[in-house]
Design a protein around this ligand. Structure first.
Ligand SMILES: Nc1ncnc2c1ncn2[C@@H]1O[C@H](COP(=O)(O)OP(=O)(O)OP(=O)(O)O)[C@@H](O)[C@H]1O
Ligand SMILES: Nc1ncnc2c1ncn2[C@@H]1O[C@H](COP(=O)(O)OP(=O)(O)OP(=O)(O)O)[C@@H](O)[C@H]1O
Ligand SMILES: [Mg+2]
Ligand SMILES: [Mg+2]
Lengths: 228, 228
């Protein structure tokens, strides 16, 4: 499903170059459950943004479902993001002036093939699943940190993506809510959805089958772990 | 040092009222180390914003160092925040168009009694302490999530506050960086600084002497725990 070949990202700040991700080669099969670990600043979000087609690599190749992402048009990339990928961002990226419900409906509106009533029902349903049934009308500034994170999670799932990317998706959640969310992700993975999760918490990482560890932009470990 | 008497915060959204913090009475002595726990949405950040003099309660009293906060002028509150309180926000609240270094220098500029060179030295020193010596000139958008969080931590500490308030201060940090930061907070607490930390992580909560647990805006537990 995902094939990276010498994929690399360098930020050019004039006098200094930050090699956020060094040439990385790896592949991820459909249906895998991957945890991406590593110290702060090691390149995890950089890799996730490349995987999510939000950012262009400095060099190297990224083939998604057989198509070279770098060669896609902007529209094609935008459509892939909307149809195939659900992304829970490290800083949520919610629209400030719209309600929780509208934030979650947004990907459905871009997809375009559902009625207003179907979108509303679907978004309401997902928000209820993450415990926010009584916060539908709240704007992000009227929500707690963990509630904002859960809106971001619902939004990532609403278009039933084939690939779920989560960048510290439970970082602001208490243990119990976090377990509920991980249960939901596990259920989706069993249904065939490819899950790639950045985390620094062992309780989240233990749900994954495969662990990829980054340090200073390099993959230093890529192993399988089994249920425990 | 801190005395709350029936302190309460209700958000009025027209058709519905959100009772974020119910009348709460408790006191915190100078030099205590408190962990504030509870589910997502239980009122932790609401309580922290009241303690940090960033928000006004709906009712009740908050006395800080013997002075009733609600009766202070805006300037007096602003001065207290700058001189006595260091706040690490759940969403960092960094200035987007300024560098890490300038973000950390900002409280020193408001305090007003140091030269440009002294401010620069102090801010540089703190950023080095949290491992960001090579990121001084980066703007927040050029920093990883955990790096932004560390800039927020350095900024909270630069004015040597008497009270350190941290709202999930290590939520975006890997285990090792998190331990370094907790080590720094522990050192400050031993020097007499009052530390109040919101967290949902056991590894953070275990550093505190006192645990206060919130649920639905109520304090449901207030206990002491000892080193283990
Ligand atoms: N401006 C606001 N208007 C309306 N309701 C609000 C507002 N701010 C917060 N709330 C509500 O108040 C409650 C408490 O919020 P608070 O941010 O204190 O929770 P929290 O314990 O910090 O949660 P988390 O662990 O998720 O950060 C939440 O249910 C939230 O929806
Ligand atoms: N726009 C940018 N310009 C310059 N450097 C950047 C930029 N974005 C990120 N970096 C740098 O690239 C490195 C990797 O960043 P990245 O966000 O991928 O780290 P991360 O592993 O997600 O860290 P964290 O766990 O703290 O979120 C960091 O050292 C960061 O300072
Ligand atoms: Mg990151
Ligand atoms: Mg909060």
């Amino acid at each position: 499903l995902i094939q990276l070949q010498d994929l690399c990202k360098t930020y050019d700040l004039g006098e200094v170059q930050v090699r956020a991700l060094r040439p990385t080669t790896l592949s991820i099969e459909a249906g895998e459950y991957v945890a991406l670990l590593g110290p702060s600043g090691s390149g995890k979000s950089t890799l996730m943004n490349l995987l999510g087609c939000l950012d262009q690599p400095t060099s190297g190749s990224y083939s998604l479902d057989g198509v070279e992402v770098a060669k896609m048009s902007r529209d094609a990339r935008s459509r892939i993001r909307n149809e195939k990928i659900g992304f829970v961002f490290q800083n949520f990226n919610l629209l400030a002036r719209t309600s929780a419900l509208e934030n979650v409906e947004l990907p459905l509106m871009y997809a375009g093939h559902q009625s207003h009533r179907q979108r509303r029902a679907k978004a309401t349903d997902l928000l209820a699943k993450v415990g926010l049934a009584d916060r539908l009308g709240h704007h992000p500034s009227q929500l707690s940190g963990g509630q904002q994170q859960r809106v971001a999670i619902a939004r990532a799932l609403v278009n039933e993506p084939a690939i779920l990317l989560g960048d510290e998706p439970t970082g602001n959640l208490d243990t119990r809510t976090s377990q509920e969310v991980m249960g939901l992700f596990g259920e989706l993975n069993r249904q065939g959805i490819t899950v790639i999760m950045v985390t620094h918490e062992q309780d989240v990482a233990r749900h994954a089958r495969r662990l990829i560890v980054l340090r200073d932009g390099d993959v230093i470990a890529d192993t399988e772990q089994f249920e425990r």
